[in-house]
Every structure is written in C-alpha cells, then in structure tokens.
Design a protein around this ligand. Structure first.
Ligand code: IMP
Ligand code: MG
Length: 181
C-alpha cells in the first residue's frame, strides 16, 4: 500500500520495475512482428508515460517509428465509460499506405480502440496493429483484441503510470488501484 500526496490509498498492482521489464519484451515482440518502419498513433492522455518508455525500448529493439498523438475521450471525469468516443485532438501525420501501431493505456470495453482502428483504416492505412499496456477483458463490448498487450488487468479501476482518476494520479511510477480517496 502506498499513500500518494493527494491522500488516496493505492494498492500496487504492477511496480515500476515490472513495467520496465515488460516494456522491453513488448518492444522486441513488436519489432519482430511489424519491422522497424511504422507510424505510432498514441492515444492521449492515458498512454503518455507508456509511450515515452515504449518508444525508447523500441529504439533498443531496432525500430524507428514515426510518432503522432490523438486525443480520444470516452470517460469524462468519472470512473465509468460514457459509451461514446469523441476525437479531441486529431493526427497530423498521413497514415495512408502506412503500417500503423495504435498505442493505448487500457483496453476495457474496446470502444476507444475500435473507434481509433476504424478511423485509421478509413484513412487508408495498409495495416493497423494495436498495443495496450493493460488488457481488462471483463467489460469488453466491442469484439476486439489487442495485437500486443503488456499485462492482463483485473476488473478494477486502476491509476498511475499515465492513468488517472479525474485527471489525478497520472504521475505515479507504478500502476495501482485506489482503495480509498
Ligand atoms: P474502453 O473504450 O472502454 O476500452 O476504455 C478505454 C479507455 O478508458 C482507456 O483508454 C482509459 O483511458 C480509460 N480507462 C479504462 N479503464 C480505466 C481504469 O481502470 N483507469 C483509468 N482509465 C481507464
Ligand atoms: Mg485513454
């Protein structure tokens, strides 16, 4: 149990060391399967720490991707999905004719990733792969699985390592779940 400065109690689920080791493995899996040249579309804001670490691990694995960001929102400030996905900030790179790797923090209902995948495919990407740090299979609504995932996550609301509750706790270097706020 840790107590971040905001006073919430957080149980650690995946430590910083465990995440770092898994990122290296993931980067090698990705480079081996899709090669060195692709476009990363990172979904903000939740993937902000993951993408920063994954990108450096991909460099060590011999990949040299282009990187762009897209902000999608399905959650508002609450702890349950609203069920509709909106684009808050769009891409600047052209993805037509490219291999794309969409990177997100969590795959839960699948609505966010399905929306991003459809959008990128409709823009003419040749191949669209998906990578999520956490796969939470229990609430899945869209029939979708990630091509790459870091960890299977229990059906709990998690925070840290980029993931928030009401825009807080993204700064934690580990992933945990809030036991009291
Ligand atoms: P989906 O559209 O239901 O698959 O939800 C995916 C998005 O919801 C992720 O990109 C996260 O930003 C957010 N999300 C889902 N579960 C959690 C959680 O436990 N903590 C923080 N954010 C979450
Ligand atoms: Mg997100």
């Amino acid at each position: 149990m840790t107590k971040p400065v905001t006073g919430a109690d957080v149980d650690v689920l995946f430590s910083a060391e465990v995440i770092a080791a898994r990122n290296e493995e993931l980067a090698h899996e990705i480079a081996a399967k899709i090669g060195p040249d692709f476009v990363i579309v990172a979904i903000l804001k939740g993937s902000c720490l993951f993408i920063a670490d994954l990108l450096r691990a991909l460099h060590r694995a011999g990949a040299a991707p282009e990187v762009d960001f897209m902000s999608l929102s399905s959650y508002g400030d609450g702890m349950t999905s609203r069920g509709t996905v909106s684009v808050i900030r769009d891409l600047q790179v052209a993805v037509n004719g490219r291999t794309v790797l969409i990177v997100d923090d969590i795959l839960e209902t699948g609505r966010t990733l399905a929306h991003a995948k459809d959008l990128i495919a409709a823009r003419g990407a040749t191949n669209v792969f998906t990578c999520v740090l956490l796969d939470k299979p229990v609430q899945r609504a869209a029939s979708l699985s990630a091509d790459f995932h870091g960890f299977i996550c229990p059906d709990k609301f998690v925070v840290g390592y980029g993931m928030d509750v009401a825009q807080r706790l993204r700064e934690l270097p580990y992933i945990g779940w809030v036991t009291s706020r």
